[in-house]
Design a protein around this ligand. Structure first.
Ligand code: SF4
Length: 194
């Protein structure tokens, strides 16, 4: 029942055209399943993800999989891992450079309906500032990541894994030393049903 209902809502989300002014047009990118144990909420697709329709199919995705200690086959196992960004469509670029924020109408429209039909989610990764603001409210990403234990076992905050985080990681060795090992343990537990 919830599987059919989820497929119906996901199909409606994939057909969404609420933001008719998107620079490349609407192309919602999401993966959901009623059996998924892990949910990844990121920001919004980039151009490569928009072109392929495959979430995290870009260098940021490679970096994220490295942090998770996960190969592509596991990452894209839709029966176990759901991927629903804060904005489902590529939002375009900011005038000063960088991708625009996720469309504000998107998460309130789709997240509650989708998440209500994924009862097996044990852990949600909040990847980047938009996902964290959406779920946890305002706050600084680095502070949130450093205090990851405060929101366990339900959530795990992470930075957005853009090329900029390479230097950030170097300046903040605690991320690799403390956060990533704990992240991998918690993911293992969640995928095992804990
Ligand atoms: S960004 Fe979200 S609300 Fe806007 S068209 Fe895409 S799916 Fe619809």
């Amino acid at each position: 029942m919830s599987r059919d209902a989820l497929e119906t809502v996901a199909a409606a989300a994939r057909a969404c055209s609420l933001c008719a002014d998107l620079p490349l047009g609407p192309r919602p990118v999401l993966r959901v399943s009623s059996t998924a144990r892990l949910l990844i909420i990121g920001q919004a697709p980039g151009t490569k993800v928009h072109a392929t329709g495959i979430p995290w199919n870009d260098p940021s995705g490679e970096r994220l999989r490295g942090w998770l200690g996960m190969d592509r086959a596991t990452f894209y196992d839709g029966a176990r891992i759901a991927i629903v960004p804060a904005g489902l469509c590529y939002p375009g670029r900011l005038p000063g450079g960088g991708d625009a924020p996720p469309r504000p109408i998107c998460a309130p429209t789709w997240h509650p309906r989708l998440l209500a039909l994924m009862p097996a989610i044990a852990l949600t990764l909040l990847v980047g500032s938009y996902a964290q603001a959406l779920v946890l409210g305002p706050g600084a990403v680095a502070d949130r990541v450093r205090a990851f234990r405060d929101v366990l076992p339900r959530y795990f905050p992470l930075p957005h894994p853009s090329w900029r985080t390479v230097g950030w990681e170097r300046r903040n060795p605690w991320f690799a030393e403390e956060v990533l090992p704990a992240l991998r343990v918690r993911i293992g537990e969640a995928l095992a049903g804990e």
